[in-house]
Design a protein around this ligand. Structure first.
Ligand code: ARG
Length: 461
């Protein structure tokens, strides 16, 4: 079959060579965007008098037919036509005849492909932001139910201080809020149109790039045609934002996995989000959380992959850039899927409040309370820390906790300790009293949740 660019060639490549160079296997995902871009381009060519109204109408008719076939899933792509752009152009001429060849006037696949990807990411990023927000709402709902659920807080994965379980969950809300902000901000750089840059130098035809931008809903056009066809920063940025989002999901997934173990048993995942073992009948595995943790690796890989593809490419377009797409498609699918699953997993999980209560009453996470108590009574904090440490050691030796230690034994270390210490040492009191701004005190968590709700589109509440 002759290629659409076959004029200067004396022989054709063998099919396995074509296969290696083709991108149609994956860039067919850009079919709708490619058609959109073509509609805008040919409309602009008509408005500028570059093509006759008659030609433009024929082309628009053909594009509409392709659109219909694409929606019905009836387009048959071929590797011999290399990529989505040439496939569609070939189909167009098959439908409307040689006039279809006029569509490519003043355009190159280089500005065309970049346009398609800008259009594609514009839509996908909106979906990502929507899903982040749905997940945030679920986190707020769960957190609200557990403002007064006391849980152990950790540093170094060692019991540190008692916290509100709602406070712990809300930490993820704010990570996601930053992710949302980053994706929103990246829109500025996705929302720039490369169309009209031609192969790289612009065109001699009297095109109107701003008109194309208006038709396609872009707020800006690239200022430099060479930058326009070479820029893949916006994809790198998307992959970077996706990587950070996955970092957050992966950390949360890790906690879900730990919390579901027999050792912790802080939560139980719903059956619908768990899997069994083919050999061990008792097992209920947190596969979905593990998969999200695992998939983080491929998203990082996609980011590193594209950065590496780009680092040595001279201006302007190089075929290397065809490698920008698979990692991007894969990342879109991965983050949309992960957000959806995670939302369902958190919405349906059961928090084992009794177990959390028990956990926090059988540890030394109230030790800071005792040190603060002594410091409040005038003892220098360093000394208070030392005294408390000694009392913790005494308890460990006796196999008891601070709340079980008789007052006379406490007094043996410091006379400043009075009967009221037992109220201070209660984990509930420890949490309640932490009312510094952003702290885990119940009132602060309530305040935080109010602020969080303001970050979510109001109609969702
Ligand atoms: N399939 C190509 C890509 O994805 C489209 C642009 C091809 N341009 C070219 N001059 N070969 O990058």
């Amino acid at each position: 079959m002759t290629k659409l660019w076959g004029g200067r060639f004396q022989k054709s490549a063998e099919s396995w060579v074509d296969e290696f160079g083709a991108s149609i296997g994956f860039d067919q995902q850009l079919v709708m965007e490619d058609l959109e871009g073509s509609v805008a381009h040919v409309t602009m060519l008509g408005a500028q008098g570059i093509l006759s109204t008659e030609d433009v109408e024929k082309i628009l008719g053909g594009l509409a037919e392709l659109n219909r076939l694409a929606e019905a899933g009836e387009l048959e792509f071929s590797v011999a036509n290399e990529d989505i752009h040439l496939n569609l152009e070939k189909m167009l001429t098959d439908i409307i005849g040689p006039v279809g060849g006029k569509l490519h006037t003043g355009r190159s696949r280089n500005d065309q492909v970049a346009t398609d990807v800008h259009l594609f990411l514009k839509k996908r990023v909106v979906e990502v932001i929507d899903l982040i927000e749905t997940f945030q709402k679920t986190i707020v709902d769960k957190a609200e139910q557990h403002i007064e659920t006391i849980a152990p807080g950790y540093t170094h994965l060692q019991r540190a201080q008692p916290i509100s379980f709602g406070h712990h969950l809300m930490a993820y809300f704010w990570m996601l809020e930053r992710d949302k902000e980053r994706f929103n901000d990246s829109m500025k750089r996705i929302d720039i149109l490369p169309l009209g840059a031609g192969a790289m130098a612009g065109t001699t035809f009297p095109i109107d790039r701003l008109k194309s931008a208006e038709y396609l809903g872009f707020s800006k056009v690239y200022e430099n045609s060479m930058d326009a066809v070479s820029d893949r920063d916006f994809i790198v940025e998307f992959l970077s934002n996706a990587s950070l989002l996955m970092t957050h999901l992966s950390r949360f997934a890790e906690e879900i996995i730990i919390w579901s173990t027999d050792e912790f048993k802080f939560i139980e995942l719903d059956d619908a989000f768990s899997t069994g073992s083919s050999i061990m009948p008792q097992k209920k595995n947190p596969d979905m959380a593990e998969l999200i943790r695992g998939k983080t690796g491929r998203v990082y890989g996609n980011l590193m992959g594209l950065l590496t593809v780009l680092k040595g490419t001279p201006l302007t377009y190089n075929k290397d850039m065809q490698e920008d797409k698979e990692g991007m498609f894969d990342t879109v699918q991965t983050i949309l899927g992960s957000l959806k699953i995670f939302e369902g997993m958190v919405r349906t999980m059961t928090v084992n409040t009794e177990r959390l209560h028990k956990a926090v009453h059988s540890d030394f996470s109230n030790a800071t309370e005792l040190a603060d108590y002594l410091a409040t009574k005038g003892m220098p904090f360093r000394e208070a820390h030392e005294v408390t440490g000694k009392l913790v050691f005494t308890c460990i030796q006796r196999g008891i906790y601070l709340l079980d230690l008789p007052l006379k034994d406490m007094k043996a270390e410091s006379n400043l300790i009075e009967e009221d210490v037992y109220e201070v040492l209660r984990p509930e009191a420890a949490v309640r009293r932490r009312h510094s701004l952003g702290g885990t005190g119940f009132d602060q968590v309530r305040l935080q949740i109010e602020k969080a709700k303001e970050c979510i589109v109001p109609k969702q509440f």
